[in-house]
Design a protein around this ligand. Structure first.
Ligand code: MG
Length: 330
């Protein structure tokens, strides 16, 4: 089997720039892929690198697409090196489109803005039916944010759970203080309290504090997750499929190792997001809220697709017109 491969670059402003511990993020770049097989079947995929997260760069992604040429074979598509997780994810979803998922429903964690703005946004998210929330910390002064944590927890109804994400921005000392504070609060888990290279520190925190910890930046690819499993990591793995690699590989790893997962967005467009969400529902790999509470993230709504909302079900984005998105790019 050979394919007709085409790709186009996209550059999409975010509706509201995202503030993270790594700075402000104002626009998303990536490649939209169109793969046509010998029978005329067409699939779309998306390559959405985040180089500061450790992925390949846009240049590297374009280079490999150029190298694959217009008529890559199945074997050539499969030969993309493991380090290029974004490219491999995009090619696989274009080659094997994910169908509408089963009857499972999953809660979606709403992304709250960093800092005090989280308090202002929370009521509307509760009103919209969200049961789980994610708040970026390690952005402002730790003392200010700790005070805000109490305010935020006070506003949460009993059923709601809060996920914190430090993006590796805390020192060991700051992390210990936060995790101590989280112990008797409705915190589902804390993502990446320390930077990835402080592996002993991360393992130490996981053993010293009762709150569940999750590795995110530490486990960009599955080989890293396997290495952490080998070191006895007792917590959760945040996997961003759009960065990690082909969905079937993630599924095989999770089934084999019984890894506890949070599936998370890498701010991909509706093309990548739809594939991931449908697969998450169909595979039943995790019951934890999906980290896809990023509705409306792009200023141009065509790239957001239909609202996912507070609860994902298998029919979401059933009618997305990927061909129209493809045609809209030039
Ligand atoms: Mg994270």
């Amino acid at each position: 089997m050979s394919y007709l491969l085409r790709y186009k670059k996209y550059r999409l402003p975010l509706r509201v720039p995202l503030r993270t511990a790594r700075g402000v993020w104002g626009e998303r770049e990536g490649l939209l892929l169109r793969l046509e097989d010998e029978t005329g079947g067409v699939g779309y995929g998306e390559i959405a690198p985040i180089p500061w997260f450790g992925t390949e760069t846009m240049d590297e992604a374009e280079e490999i697409c150029r190298a694959l040429g217009e008529r890559p074979s199945e074997a050539e598509l499969a030969s993309v090196p493991a380090a290029l997780g974004c490219v491999r994810f995009g090619l696989e979803t274009a080659r094997t489109p994910v169908g509408i998922g089963g009857g499972q429903r999953l809660s979606v964690a709403a992304l709250l803005p960093a800092g005090r703005a989280a308090l202002l946004e929370l009521p509307a998210k509760l009103e919209a039916g969200y049961l789980a929330f994610k708040w970026k910390v390690g952005v402002g002064a730790p003392e200010d944010e700790l005070a805000l944590l109490d305010d935020l927890c006070a506003m949460l109804p009993g059923y709601a759970k809060l996920r914190l994400d430090a993006n590796g921005g805390w020192s060991r000392r700051q992390a210990a203080k936060w995790l101590d504070r989280c112990a008797d609060r409705p915190v589902e888990l804390v993502e990446q309290p320390l930077e990835p290279r402080d592996e002993d520190g991360l393992l130490g925190l996981a053993h010293d504090f009762p709150v569940t910890l999750a590795l995110d930046e530490s486990v960009l690819h599955l080989d890293a997750a396997r290495r952490w499993q080998g070191r006895g990591w007792p917590g959760v793995f945040v996997i961003k499929p759009a960065l990690a690699g082909p969905l079937p590989e993630i599924e095989a790893w999770a089934l084999e190792t019984k890894a506890e997962l949070v599936l998370s967005s890498a701010i991909e467009t509706v093309v990548g997001r739809r594939a991931i969400v449908r697969w998450a529902l169909a595979s039943g790999l995790t019951a934890r809220p999906l980290g896809f509470g990023v509705d409306g993230v792009f200023a141009d709504d065509r790239w957001n697709g239909p609202l996912l909302g507070a609860i994902a079900d298998g029919h979401w984005a059933g009618a997305t017109d990927e061909e129209a998105l493809w045609t809209a790019l030039n």
